[in-house]
Design a binder for this molecule. Sequence first.
Ligand SMILES: N=CN[C@@H](CCC(=O)O)C(=O)O
Ligand SMILES: [Mn+2]
Ligand SMILES: [Mn+2]
Length: 319
Amino acid sequence: MTLWHPVEPTVWQGRDDSAEAANALRVFQTIASPGDFSPQQYRGKVALLGFECDEGVKRNQGRAGAAQGPDVLRKALAGMASQPGHGQLVEMGNIRALPDKLEEAQQALHDALLACQRSRMRTLVFGGGHETAFAHGCAILDAFPHERIGIINLDAHLDLRHAQRASSGTPFRQLALHCEAQQRGFHYSCIGASVAANTQALWDEAANRNVTVIDDLAVLHTFDDRVMPEIARNIASYDRLYLTIDLDVLPAWEMPAVSAPAALGIPLALLLRIVEPLCRSGKLQAVDLVEYNPLFDHHGAGAKVAARLAWQILHWWRG
Ligand SMILES: N=CN[C@@H](CCC(=O)O)C(=O)O
Ligand SMILES: [Mn+2]
Ligand SMILES: [Mn+2]
């Protein structure tokens, strides 16, 4: 796996309160960091992988910088309090894309995630752009070939583009084609999509592929009537769930650090109401946080928001 790199030791650092009490710990002190890629030793735990990739966003005419996202998000998570059960997190390193080599990088990420899933780990990925989801989604589908997989995307965009080349705008159409090739259902729900940010061609593609979409205004105005039942339906209907969170689903005032910030967006507090039942369902197999771009952050505020989201996922996802 030549694109794989270990994470620098300087990344997992933070304030050390351990002299105060044995349980005064932060995430950097409880994460397991084997320093190599060895998922077989960590059955039942959560593998953290980073995808250092700008190529998907570049091909999608976006603002580059997401390749630097994984380590910045790790640093923001490192100093948060480690509660009982957080020791389930295992550092599994980064896949680093080479310039213009998107497909090779996606293949390497897929292979690493498939190895983790086959070792019965759950997987948490920090992107990279949303091209991360093609690799992660395929890994889950390939790890569980006889199961029904529900894909839930929290995103301002449908990401169903039909383009000459793969990009951060194409992952769910690619996953639909992957499901077709495997003669299995494509079960995709997109929550938070903006009517103002997706062309009619994309809404038509969503309708043709029977995608369940709850747009941003519907999320904000009819949360209990529309969103919570859709989450419950996913939990009841599928064997396993894959949750992918494009951080541009958040409003620009909470998350400026993305390629395409949202004017309206779904605030963190409301997003957490969606995420909690999924994490507690016992069916959540994989999660990613994508599109974080530190070059556009404001004093690290976006990193804090993303890290809190990751922290809550870790907290509610305790096995
Ligand atoms: N993953 C990203 N997707 C958006 C980007 C939109 C934009 O750059 O304005 C999309 O392709 O629709
Ligand atoms: Mn998006
Ligand atoms: Mn997206």
